[in-house]
Design a protein around this ligand. Structure first.
Ligand SMILES: Nc1ncnc2c1ncn2[C@@H]1O[C@H](COP(=O)(O)OP(=O)(O)OP(=O)(O)O)[C@@H](O)[C@H]1O
Ligand SMILES: [Mg+2]
Length: 340
């Protein structure tokens, strides 16, 4: 007997999801690999949009969604299912209302876990950060992805030791690079059965659009914040590169404080606090101090550059307005000459 007690999600588009050319390109590529029958694996450092992209693609596939997050303590039965005890049964007599019989027992019943539910019903599976689970726990995926069969434990009952994976089953994996703390090396055999797409930090356009959508700050101010964060990323002075999360945090904080990017101490402080904490693991004073110095210089540099660009744009527009009005004057003079 199987008893399903699994959370099934209905994927739907996020209201503040941003779809730029970069996102459309990756989504399109992933959907073609699914069509060809291969699972897709998004690999990249933190904050490169792996989980959000996986959810977006699941909503495009349009099937119910089951999500698993990799965990060091997982065993195969946490993915597949296991025997769980305790059953309470109530018998209510419809004819004699005073009669109610309650039966309790410890009979073990098999409960399918998320992976089994997804394979059996042809749902979409997102296995987020799958390399956080130990490789032995993930071995079950080898036959699911290759032979489209699931090797079931005998205790499951129902006779058949194999479960046929539904043709509608689709799997999306995400993982952080192997050098991250708490991450296992993914088995070569497993990686060989999926198409791995390596993701880098967003392109400029996407990073600005995400910051704007998440914080509701203006486009121009979102650009300033993104320029500062990207400047720090490119400086190579951080233990960990700052991510789009840094941009979102700064922008949201500014919104709450009713501040805009400027050379003020308040703005520099917000940038320093958020970016120094995001980019260092141990929080050593020297490292944080270095990052804070770079951030201060970047704020000045970015704001000066933007001011310069605005001035140049203004000059150009003044020149074109002048040349337009001088052309108009010349035309008027010509008209007057003709009339005379
Ligand atoms: N296309 C998008 N539209 C709107 N917001 C996005 C988009 N992509 C990513 N984000 C936002 O960017 C942040 C980082 O994205 P996400 O959590 O998906 O990254 P990740 O690669 O899974 O990171 P981690 O490895 O730390 O789990 C989140 O706040 C997310 O909401
Ligand atoms: Mg994630």
């Amino acid at each position: 007997m199987t008893d399903e007690m699994t959370t099934i999600l209905e994927p739907s588009a996020m209201s503040d999801f941003v779809e730029t050319a970069y996102i459309r390109d990756i989504t399109g590529r992933a959907l073609s690999y699914f069509k060809a029958g291969f699972p897709v694996h998004f690999r990249g450092v933190s904050g490169t949009g792996k989980t959000t992209l996986a959810m977006h693609i699941a909503s495009k596939i349009g099937r119910p969604l089951v999500m698993i997050r990799g965990d060091e303590s997982y065993t195969t039965s946490d993915l597949v299912g296991g025997e769980h005890g305790y059953r309470l049964r109530k018998v209510v007599d419809n004819f004699i209302s005073r009669v109610m019989k309650v039966e309790e027992d410890m009979a073990k019943t098999w409960v399918d876990n998320r992976l089994t539910v997804a394979c059996k019903n042809g749902f979409t599976l997102i296995y987020d950060e799958f390399t956080r689970s130990r490789p032995e726990a993930n071995n079950i995926l080898l036959s699911i992805l290759q032979e489209k069969m699931m090797d079931m434990p005998i205790t499951r009952g129902g006779g058949d030791p194999y479960l046929k994976v539904s043709p509608d089953f689709t799997a999306i994996f995400t993982s952080n690079p192997e050098e991250y703390a708490g991450v296992h090396r993914s088995q070569d055999a497993l990686r060989d059965r999926m198409v791995t797409i390596d993701l880098d930090h967003f392109d400029y356009e996407t990073e600005v659009a995400v910051t704007e959508a998440k914080s509701k700050m203006s486009r121009a101010h979102s650009e300033t914040v993104v320029n500062i964060v990207r400047g720090l990323r490119e400086s190579g002075k951080c233990e960990f590169s700052p991510t789009v999360r840094g941009c979102i945090m700064i922008a949201k904080t500014l919104k709450v404080l009713e501040m805009i990017p400027s050379k003020s101490t308040g703005f520099i402080q917000v940038c320093q606090d958020i970016l120094a904490s995001e980019t260092s693991r141990v929080g050593s004073k020297t490292n944080q101090g270095r990052v804070k110095d770079v951030v201060r210089e970047l704020v000045e540099g970015v704001l000066n550059r933007e001011l310069e660009v605005r001035k140049n744009l203004k000059k150009k527009s003044d020149v074109s307005v002048k040349s337009f009005s001088s052309k108009k004057n010349a035309a008027n003079k010509m008209k007057k000459l003709k009339v005379a």
